[in-house]
Ligand binder design. Structure first.
Ligand SMILES: [Zn+2]
Length: 324
């Protein structure tokens, strides 16, 4: 009997091996080639992005009322997506008429710049850096991976999302779409590792189009300056979804020095400052105030609450002092 058993062992191993290698949800990150855990199909990814997009645009002031700036951003975004690892996705690029300083991506290729962030920029390389960063979140499937992890935890017995199976509604809630806090929509935040990956990919895509990778560092400097200033409009929201700018500046400088040493020499890469000023900045200055201003909305809500509180405290016919 012993003699018979022996040859069975290699057969069992051969049968088990492929199962172990193709664990469900273990896929290759198209952008980095690394193996990652992601149970969301491409179809589902596109579906979620398309479902969430209208609500997201609407709750952030809609697109800016300037067709020329919109088509300029769309064109740059599409060219960056074209040189990414997932050019086949239904990419769309928007400029939200919002004072907040931020940029967002929904799964499946929907990317959003805020007007507030664009107004702080000084050249096209910076815009390419931010669009490239958001494209990087999509090409490396960060939302799908975050959702898969949440789902895996739930399956593991810890009820993370409340009782019941996660429906489309639940996923949209996780994405933050439709959940308004102080009038603005929050997206699910990524990990520090996700952000570093997106920064690296942003630099990769912008440099493929000839933009100077230092544009990406300049964007971080803008965010850093904003976060240090008083009345930093919307910057807290940016910081709630992104790691500290200084950490990202340090990582980016290291990456650029290592992989793009020619960024320092004149003429190798472009910033395109003059074009950005004439096509974007001059036109943004002529627009009416942003339709979405979370800070103004929060202030108005605080005022309203104060008046109600005072009216309740001293009854009818009582003069309510205006808060300073
Ligand atoms: Zn990011």
């Amino acid at each position: 009997m012993r003699k018979l058993r022996r040859p069975l062992l290699p057969v069992v191993l051969v049968l088990l091996l492929p199962v172990g290698l193709t664990a469900p949800g273990c896929v290759t990150n198209p952008a980095t080639g690394k193996r990652v855990f992601n149970t969301m199909s491409v179809e589902r990814e596109i579906e979620i992005g398309e479902q969430a997009q209208p609500k997201f645009i609407e709750s952030n002031g809609g697109n800016i009322p300037d067709e020329q700036v919109l088509s300029y951003v769309r064109d740059l975004g599409n060219r960056l997506a074209e040189v990414s690892e997932r050019p086949e996705l239904p990419w769309e690029f928007h400029v939200l008429d919002s004072s907040q300083i931020n940029a967002f991506a929904l799964p499946g290729g929907k990317v959003f710049m805020s007007r507030g962030l664009m107004e702080k920029m000084t050249n096209e390389a910076q815009l390419a850096g931010v669009l490239g960063h958001e494209i990087g979140h999509v090409t490396s499937m960060h939302v799908g991976r975050r959702m898969s992890q949440a789902q895996a935890v739930q399956v593991g017995g810890l009820i993370l999302l409340g009782a019941g199976a996660a429906s489309d509604e639940d996923w949209l809630k996780i994405l933050g779409v439709g959940t308004t806090v102080g009038g603005s929509v929050y997206l699910l935040s990524f990990s520090r590792a996700n952000e570093t990956e997106a920064d690296m990919l942003g630099v990769r895509y912008m440099s493929r189009l000839g933009y100077n990778p230092y544009g990406q560092v300049q964007v971080m400097e803008i965010l850093k300056a904003e976060s240090g200033g008083r009345g930093a409009s919307g910057i807290e929201r940016m910081l709630s979804t992104h790691p500290l700018p200084q950490d990202r500046i340090d990582d980016l400088r290291e990456l650029i020095a290592e992989q793009y040493p020619e960024s320092d020499s004149e003429g190798t890469y472009r910033f395109e400052q003059a074009r950005f000023e004439s096509v974007v900045l001059d036109r943004l200055k002529r627009l009416p105030p942003p339709r979405h201003d979370p800070d103004a909305q929060q202030k108005a809500a605080a005022l309203q609450a104060y008046y109600e509180h005072m009216a309740g405290a001293c009854g009818d016919g009582c003069d309510v002092a205006t808060p300073g």
